[in-house]
Design a protein around this ligand. Structure first.
Ligand code: GRF
Length: 202
């Protein structure tokens, strides 16, 4: 049995990636357990998974970003959270927050980064007439969708794909890719024998 690292997932919406992480975290050798879910949207559908899986959750408004980040840090500290997964979390985190958290934050994006950073991804992908698209799990840095890439999955764009069909097909891949990337991050860490989880602040 591995000693699971206490982690948190940040969401803003549907939470389908959260659901996939939660399902995987039940596996005895999955490296993390989810000890806290944070949403900046009180109506996020994904919060229903917090209730279903009986995971503590918090809503903090991100209208005031500084206050939002201070609230999050206090709660993350309280719950001794060591690792963050952003999953459809629609707010950019500040450099101060990321630094304070020791850069142990990852995110998923529905494109083959560095192509198509930012919002309205599938619309831009379709317009570009690319042959392939996909999804990427990457480390979070203050610059949007720009941190080191951990893992990517490539898929073929079909001739009759619409924004919606592409979004759905990419999302199916995301649900497999995110847990894989989490396993990989911890495999690397343990291989390198880094004392990665001794924190300055948290
Ligand atoms: C996903 O496509 C993710 O890549 C992007 O936002 C979407 C969130 O979906 N960042 P969900 O909330 O996990 O269902």
């Amino acid at each position: 049995m591995v000693k699971k690292i206490s982690s948190s997932v940040f969401i803003s919406g549907d939470g389908s990636n959260l659901k996939s992480i939660l399902k995987n975290s039940r596996d005895y050798n999955f490296p993390i357990k989810i000890g806290l879910i944070i949403s900046n949207n009180i109506r996020a559908y994904g919060l229903k998974y917090a209730r279903k899986y009986n995971i503590p959750f918090k809503f903090y408004s991100s209208d005031n970003k500084d206050l939002f980040e201070r609230n999050c840090l206090a709660e993350l500290r309280k719950k001794r959270i060591k690792f963050l997964c952003l999953a459809g979390f629609m707010k950019k985190l500040s450099k101060k927050f990321i630094k304070n958290f020791g850069y142990k934050i990852i995110n998923i994006h529905p494109s083959l980064l560095p192509r198509f950073k930012g919002l309205n991804t599938q619309k831009r992908v379709l317009k570009s007439k690319e042959k392939y698209t996909g999804c990427t799990v990457h480390y979070v840095t203050p610059e949007l969708d720009s941190g080191k890439i951990i893992l990517q999955k490539k898929i073929l764009i079909k001739k009759n794909d619409t924004e919606n069909s592409l979004k759905k097909r990419v999302l199916i891949q995301e649900h497999k890719l995110y847990p894989k990337a989490i396993r990989l991050v911890f495999k690397w860490l343990f291989l390198k024998k880094k004392i990665y989880f001794s924190f300055r602040v948290l």
